[in-house]
Design a protein around this ligand. Sequence first.
Ligand SMILES: [Zn+2]
Length: 290
Amino acid sequence: MTRIFYFLIICLIISCGRNGTNSGNKIITVSIAPFKYFVEEIAGNDFTVNIMVPAGADPHTYEPFPDQIIKLRKSVAYISNGYLGFEMNWLGRFYETNQTMKRLSLGDKIDLLATQPDHPGGHIEGADPHYWVSPKCALVIANSVRGLLFELNPSQRQKYESNYQLLISKIQEVDNKARKSFSDVPIKCFMIYHPNLAYVARDYGLEEIAVEFEGKEPTPSRMRELIDRARKDNLKTIFVQMEYDTKNAKAIAGEIGAEIVLIDPLSENWQKSTSDIIDALHKSLLNSLK
Ligand SMILES: [Zn+2]
């Protein structure tokens, strides 16, 4: 609380001193790095994108840096997820800091999945926030971002529309790959530490088995269940998101002879990280057949 107040004072001083200079691009602030991808694919370099929680940052202990607050104050729009826990703590303050920026909550147009009330990663109860990892949801995100960019910069509408069409075909490529990869494998389940692939599972007919349980590390009896399940379905992989501790995942992996595979759903390069996740999932399903 006091820290943010201190930031705001600093920001005020800095922004007064800098008025008129370095006017450059307009700024759009986004909650997480993957949203930057959608803005830049459609708008090119027309905006500078300010990411609040960059890849690798822990949303539990998240605090904005002064530089992020300076950019937030100058932003013309804010793109939020709508269901990430850090937004519950900070979004109100961000909106107070800059009352004129447009607000886009990408979760509004998504067909959401319910989540457990005390889901980890500091998520707001009610909905699973990880929708951006599914190509099907990415199509909806692209559409929402296009709408915002039209509003912010109507004179570039044509350019944005044709970039949007290109983006859609890129996302559809990933979607096609997912459908092909997952339709021809008889085993459909995979194990993951933090359950961030629930939308991918829903949209492509897979089953996500989470090591984390109700946002907490698994109890010994839950660990035993997971190990039994992994043995039963011959699971050879446990997926772990880069930002998370792998201790329990390693314990299960050691027990069943599985490998830990890191995935990066918070990457700035949505297309690459999602494509990599689909390849890794496909490989894990194939390994279960051996
Ligand atoms: Zn999460």
